[in-house]
Design a protein around this ligand. Structure first.
Ligand SMILES: Nc1ncnc2c1ncn2[C@@H]1O[C@H](COP(=O)(O)OP(=O)(O)OP(=O)(O)O)[C@@H](O)[C@H]1O
Ligand SMILES: [Mg+2]
Length: 358
């Protein structure tokens, strides 16, 4: 039941998943960022988990939409629709109280237009006051790192589409780097591998299951087999094959190499004192991508620095937005972050997004 007196929310608007924290209640929503619509009239058929379950199984009159790409809004209208839907879910049909405050995480280094689009979409969905928090800082706060101390913490947030490495000290980001690779990159490369090596068409959900089930075996070199079902590309009929975990070694190696490089680059460019702190305190992994079995050991071996996974890594960012809510003064703080709400503004933002996407 929605608590009328705690109308402060934290949102992690991720490419794969959207998570919402409500002050006083904790995490109240965790759903895939997916929407299914009819092609002919654009009406919405399913949102979140229900929509994700339809991937690869849909009739031709339906479209699967991923409104968030690389942590930013790719489809403004569908993002607004999705946010409205989820916010309606968590408030149990009640109207928002005027003055609902929302803290939203955004990737570091995105353009003002993209930031503005996120603010505007959240406001359209019902929020009155909005503040943005950079994702690596939120992740570090959610991982319970002492971000305000004069000590460098290296946090690596591995999401579905992006990986961001950042060094945080004295409550701010000192340096950060990101790459457009995450858990979904592995899923896509597994789909390609199955096509090329086995002539078998599989969908992304099957590839994601394979990644989750075989990750540890690939990392440790254990020999494991798994049955994979798909469609034979030569004769078009369903087929089962036994996939050996080691076959996927090169795909994982390539992915890990990219993560190692982004971490290395971040350490290389940071002040020497902070590099010393990182050497001593180690690296903390956050994001759902950190759950690939054995990843922390591979990174530790490659970098020669201690690596650990935060508790509930996929929740760190949203928990960090939640912590921010507790530190905000009741009045006044949001003023500079408030955005206007006219139709003209909304159209302008949608247009600008369209232009920048093209
Ligand atoms: N147990 C697991 N093993 C391996 N990968 C996992 C596991 N659980 C989740 N993942 C992967 O984590 C990814 C999603 O992580 P997360 O929810 O942090 O992404 P996101 O925040 O939506 O994306 P982004 O931050 O890039 O916008 C998916 O690719 C998913 O397959
Ligand atoms: Mg994320």
């Amino acid at each position: 039941m929605f608590n009328w007196f705690d109308h402060k929310l934290g949102i992690d608007l991720g490419t794969s998943n959207i998570r919402i924290y409500q002050k006083g209640r904790g995490i109240v929503l965790n759903e895939p960022s997916v929407v299914v619509q009819r092609k002919d009239n654009g009406s919405t058929e399913a949102v979140g988990k229900d929509a994700k379950e339809m991937i690869g199984r849909m009739p031709t009159h339906l479209d699967i939409l991923h409104p968030i790409e690389d942590g930013v809004i790719a489809n403004y209208d569908v993002t607004t629709l999705m946010l409205k839907y989820f916010l309606r879910e968590i408030r149990g049909g009640q109207r928002w109280l005027k003055g609902t405050h929302v803290a939203v995480s955004v990737p570091t280094g995105i353009t003002e237009v993209k930031k503005r689009a996120i603010q505007d979409a959240v406001q359209q969905a019902g929020a009155s006051k909005i503040t943005l928090i950079e994702e690596p800082l939120a992740a570090a706060m959610g991982a319970n790192l002492a971000v305000n101390e004069p000590c460098g913490h290296l946090v690596v947030n591995i999401g579905g589409a992006t990986t961001q490495a950042a060094i945080i000290s004295l409550g701010g980001i000192v340096i950060s780097n990101s790459i457009p690779k995450g858990g979904m990159t592995v899923d896509r490369s597994i789909v390609e591998w199955m096509k090329k090596r086995h002539g078998l068409a599989i969908g992304l959900p099957t590839a994601e299951d394979l990644k989750i089930q075989l990750g540890l075996a690939v990392m440790t070199g254990a020999e494991e087999y798994i049955e994979v079902k798909g469609r034979n590309l030569a004769h078009g009929l369903p087929q089962k094959i036994n996939l050996q975990s080691m076959e996927l070694q090169s795909l994982f190696d390539e992915y890990i190499h990219s993560i190692v490089e982004v971490i290395r680059l971040t350490i290389e460019k940071c002040p020497p004192e902070l590099a010393g702190d990182v050497m001593q305190c180690g690296i903390v992994l956050c994001g759902g991508g950190a759950l690939v079995g054995g990843l922390e050991h591979r990174l530790q071996a490659e970098l020669g620095i201690p690596v650990c996974i935060a508790e509930n890594p996929e929740q760190c960012v949203v928990l960090g937005t939640g912590k921010l809510l507790y530190s905000l003064p009741e009045k006044g703080f949001f003023k500079k972050n408030q955005v206007s709400n006219t139709t003209k503004d909304r159209n302008t933002i949608a247009d600008q997004l369209g232009e920048s996407a093209g």
